[in-house]
Design a protein around this ligand. Structure first.
Ligand code: ADP
Ligand code: GN1
Ligand code: MG
Length: 371
């Protein structure tokens, strides 16, 4: 981190309701969207307290005030429920720390919005599953999250990113990016583009079911990757669902599917060596078991039967999004090397192919857990 960035973040921090003396400040986590920092404060003789400070990505979130309204509403709701159930509301949900003017964000002179959260102690987030049990625990926690929000008034939620999981729209965005070809990269990725077009008829699958009102709309997280859940360092339980920026009305299949595309892979999301990338059926089963248990009988039979399709769709869609970003000169996802988004797109397409070849097995596994 440069001196300039450090000074900037320190200045921003001075606008929040933090107490004590700032002892440490480092960049934190591996998110693709926001800039996250971990700050450590010394509070007299009481020891150290850590907090998370984030610069929200203004390119991705055009309405940060509405977004923070969502987060305050969701976390206040969850905080109360967890307290009523005898849990620890400062570890099992995010808690917003307000700015000095009592707003849930601080707007700086560049027009950037910042927010702060209580740090979830003694827990870690992972970029790859280390043992199937952790993935089972993460399924359980994401399932429970959906369950806890089942009676949240969905009409209170703003749509933070329009058409977030509208795969049909994502496909038209890709086609537009191919046509415009602003970075002159379309020729180089003609195979990947063709891969997407070959499956074009799948893109409208969920969108059409929603239009026909054939699936229940629930409050879902919509970005359920493994590093958006904190796993307790001692008990191994998934204790807190974080990164609530895209929590809004959606389908159960989206939350199931996005977890699978990231966590059931045998390699990292950006692995350049595709021979390492496949969808592990052991991990698929671990997550399926956890998610269905966590949803506690709330999902309809049709929703359950569509979980494998959710996995394929979220992977296909995410591949399209990475490819689109590559064609648009990497303006959305953070990248740290040449061709980073292309490597990511390729892993997703390899996973889609692998899921297609394991389709019957995926359906059999899900059926096993339908009561
Ligand atoms: P992004 O939208 O960029 O993915 P996240 O909100 O997911 O940002 O935060 C990035 C990472 O920072 C997470 O994966 C997690 O490791 C860490 N993190 C975020 N919030 C907290 C928190 N309240 N306590 C502990 N770690 C956190
Ligand atoms: C982003 O914010 P993060 O890193 O948890 C993205 C997801 C993608 C994911 C791919 C708001 O998630 O939709 O699936 O990257 N979040 C947003 O890794 O676009
Ligand atoms: Mg995240």
């Amino acid at each position: 981190m440069t001196r300039e960035e450090k000074d900037r973040v320190e200045y921003i921090a001075s606008n929040f309701q933090f107490e004590g003396k700032l002892m440490g400040l480092i960049p934190w986590g591996n998110g693709h969207i926001n800039d996250t920092y971990l700050l450590t404060y010394g509070i007299g003789k009481m020891g150290y307290i850590r907090v998370i400070l984030q610069r929200m990505n203004k390119n991705v979130f055009p309405h940060p005030v509405e977004l923070m309204e969502n987060i305050v509403n969701i976390t206040t709701f969850l905080h109360k429920k967890i307290e009523e159930n005898g849990g620890d509301p400062y570890r099992e949900t995010l808690n917003v720390i307000p700015a000095k003017d009592n707003m849930p964000y601080y707007k700086d002179s560049d027009g950037d919005y910042w927010r702060a959260f209580v740090f979830i102690t003694d827990a870690s987030s992972y970029d790859m599953v280390e043992k199937p049990e952790d993935f089972y625990q993460s399924g359980l926690a994401f399932g429970k999250f959906q369950c806890l929000l089942a009676d949240f008034p969905a009409e209170k939620l703003h749509e933070t990113i329009a058409d977030f999981h509208n795969t049909k729209r994502r496909l038209s965005n890709l086609k537009k990016a191919v046509e415009e070809d602003v970075a002159g990269r379309a020729n180089e990725v003609s195979r990947e583009i063709q891969f997407v077009l070959d499956r074009e008829s799948d893109a409208g699958f969920f969108v059409d079911l929603i239009d026909k009102k054939e699936l229940p709309i629930r409050v879902t997280h919509n970005d359920t990757k493994l590093n958006n859940i904190m796993i307790d360092n001692y008990s191994g339980q998934g204790i807190c669902v974080i990164d609530l920026d895209t929590t809004m009305p959606g389908l159960a299949a989206y939350d199931f599917g996005d977890s699978i595309r990231f966590g059931a892979s045998t390699a990292k999301e950006d692995e350049p060596d595709l021979s390492k990338v496949s969808c592990s059926m052991e991990l698929f089963e671990a997550y399926t078991k956890g998610f269905i248990e966590g949803c506690d009988g709330r999902l309809t039979r049709r929703e359950l039967e569509l979980l494998p399709m959710g996995a394929k769709m979220m992977t296909y869609e995410c591949g399209m999004r990475f490819l689109t970003d590559y064609l648009q000169n990497d303006i959305y996802f953070k990248t740290s090397r040449e061709g980073h988004n292309l490597d990511r797109a390729r892993t997703q397409f390899k996973l889609v192919e692998d899921m297609e070849s394991k389709w019957e097995q995926m359906c059999r596994i899900v059926k096993k857990y339908i009561k």
